[in-house]
Write a protein that binds this ligand. Structure first.
Ligand code: AMP
Ligand code: MG
Length: 420
């Protein structure tokens, strides 16, 4: 049983205002300062680099495009001939099969998109503006010199930086690497994460529930978020509220991972031994954060691993993961910029709030024909109501000093960006 003394220093969700609370910003900064980016590099084939973080700047070995070519189907001509009434067609240039010859005064070449511009030509007239009769063409007026061509090196010049180290690689980057003819590249090793749930009341799927027992959902949301975050993780299951099993699990997790995540118990100190075990084997701070949901959070080190003790309530787990764990994982993975996108939207509902803590409400962001964004909170915001996360596509963020918002007020919104 917890001692009286311990209970008094534990955070209570009923606190209205507590000057000892740490701000969301300060907590984020402290976490960032604990994270040393991984420096181990792996060489992987280009397709497998999807979702990974590029280890170092990638220079283009070639000009892209490597030859000046046509951007349209049409005719390659000399700019000096644009006033000529008629030009004669002397051949065809195909993509992948260049015209072997020179375009002289009064001549042109039939050309396809992507074909190398023939020697002597510097302008393309699109086929829709050309009237062809046998081997001669006429074209409409208003053509401009050097139109419809793609210059060699206009996308990238040889030796220039095509992608910067610390960028996460999405499909466009994978295609760009392939366009340079590069088949393999250096990426940062994925962070290793070990995670588990704690609590005597937790049951696994397939087991019947006795009174007061619940199914463990946190390991499933964590599994999903860690997958999307591009980590290499191991699920250590449910650990009962038992001193020895907890100690053994914390030590084992720290020995195999860069980051250890536990949910419930470990953060709240609802059983003395969690607090004691963490004090015994690591340097862990129990923070009360000025936020809702997700107030209690423990953060620290166990051996070489960063430890996050998340709250137990399912919504709090997701909010604290998104606000604190994810930025840490992104920094650890070598990503240089890790700030989520935020936008402004008008709230369609009155949002009640007391000043003193940052609130993360679940909302549905909608775009209207007039270009306006509106956001509607998903109703009941209890930290155990996981369906509110499922219905939402964004967080509505009400800063600590905010006193709520009236219908039509502009509020800050953080879209989920496909991660959760
Ligand atoms: P605790 O932090 O242990 O006080 O837990 C806070 C609340 O979260 C309690 O209602 C727990 O039953 C619930 N909870 C804890 N762990 C989980 C879990 N893994 N899945 C779902 N709910 C949980
Ligand atoms: Mg518990």
């Amino acid at each position: 049983m917890p001692s009286q003394n311990k209970i008094q220093i534990q955070p209570s969700c009923d606190d209205v205002y507590d000057p000892a609370l740490m701000s969301v910003k300060a907590a984020g900064e402290r976490i960032t300062s604990m994270v040393v980016p991984l420096s181990d590099i792996e060489r992987v084939p280009v397709r497998e680099a999807l979702g990974r973080v590029l280890a170092a700047d990638l220079k283009s070995p070639v000009n892209v495009p490597n030859h000046t070519n046509s951007a349209m189907d049409g005719y390659a001509v000399r700019a000096n001939d644009l006033q000529q009434p008629v030009l004669s067609v002397i051949g065809t240039a195909w993509a992948g099969c260049a015209f072997n010859g020179t375009v002289e005064k009064g001549q042109c070449v039939r050309i396809m998109t992507g074909a190398v511009m023939p020697e002597g030509s510097d302008t393309v007239i699109v086929q829709e503006q050309v009237e062809r009769n046998g081997n001669t063409i006429r074209f409409t007026t208003g053509q401009k010199p050097e139109q419809h061509i793609r210059h060699s090196g206009e996308d990238l010049t040889a030796g220039s930086i095509a992608l910067t180290g610390g960028e996460r690689l999405f499909p466009a980057e994978i295609g760009l690497v392939a366009s340079l003819g590069i088949g393999e590249l250096g990426v940062v090793r994925q962070p290793r994460v070990a995670f588990f749930s704690t609590g005597d009341e937790l049951r696994s799927i397939g087991e019947p529930l006795a009174l007061g027992e619940i199914y463990d959902s946190n390991r499933y949301t964590l599994h999903g978020m860690l997958t999307r975050a591009g980590t290499n993780f191991i699920d250590l299951g449910v650990v009962p509220d038992d001193r020895n099993q907890l100690r053994e699990t914390f030590v084992r997790a720290a020995s195999m991972a860069d980051v250890v995540i536990a949910s419930a118990g470990a953060s709240v100190g609802d059983a003395d031994y969690v607090y004691e075990v963490l004090n015994e084997i690591g340097q862990v701070n129990f923070w009360k954060i000025a936020m809702k949901p997700g107030r209690p959070l423990s953060v620290g080190k166990i051996a070489g691993a960063i430890f996050f003790g998340l709250p137990g309530n399912p919504v709090s787990v997701m909010v604290t993961f998104y606000q604190f764990v994810l930025p840490a994982l992104r920094r650890l993975a070598g990503e240089k910029s890790a700030s989520p996108m935020r936008v402004f939207a008008r709230t369609t509902k009155h949002l009640k709030k007391k000043p003193g803590r940052t609130e993360f409400l679940r909302g549905v962001l909608s775009h209207h024909e007039d270009g306006e964004l509106t956001v509607t909170s998903t109703g009941d915001q209890g930290s155990g109501i996981l369906s509110s996360m499922s219905r939402a596509n964004c967080f509505i963020i009400l800063e600590a000093e905010s006193q709520g918002a009236a219908v039509g007020d502009v509020v800050t919104v953080e879209p989920f960006s496909g991660l959760i």
